[in-house]
Write a new protein. Structure first.
Length: 159
């Protein structure tokens, strides 16, 4: 809705929200997300829809990264050294995101069984696949800590 406000009467903005939640199922099954035939079918349909639109399209994955602490099922609050470790691991995970490598991103989360509970796994994976290997740049990384948990987030832009 913010885009509609920003562009007001200057541009027709259409927003198509997509809820994606397939990657954790694949990880639990020990498979890549594309092993489920619905995933490539969806991504192909998305590409066809974008191509047929004849208009510029912006793809946005609204997705958090880590969710850790008692609020999310961990036994202890997250202390400063753990916050630093979460940031280090998140930044390592963001390297394949910026490189546009969906499979390496998925593997970086699956490698430790998603210990940090990356809730953006599916939308980020889908975005990377839809962008077809485009490279990006991490613009900002942050954490929202409180005594009961921490949620991390980042912004990555692709051109």
């Amino acid at each position: 809705m913010c885009l509609r406000y920003l562009y007001a009467d200057r541009r027709d903005i259409r927003i198509v929200p997509v809820l994606a939640s397939f990657a954790h199922e694949a990880m639990l099954a020990g498979q890549r997300p594309d092993a489920d035939p619905r995933v490539p079918r969806f991504l192909d349909a998305l590409a066809d829809t974008i191509a047929a639109s004849g208009h510029p399209v912006a793809l946005i994955a609204g997705a958090d990264l880590a969710h850790m602490g008692p609020r999310f099922g961990d036994p202890e609050p997250i202390a400063a050294p753990e916050l630093a470790r979460i940031e280090r691991e998140d930044r390592e995970m963001l390297e394949p995101v910026a490189a546009g490598d969906a499979h390496a991103f998925f593997e970086s989360v699956a490698r430790d069984g998603d210990r940090r509970r990356i809730c953006g796994l599916s939308p980020i994976y889908a975005l990377l696949r839809a962008l077809g290997g485009a490279t990006g740049r991490v613009k900002r990384y942050g954490q929202w800590p409180d005594p009961q948990g921490v949620v991390s987030f980042a912004s990555v832009s692709f051109e």
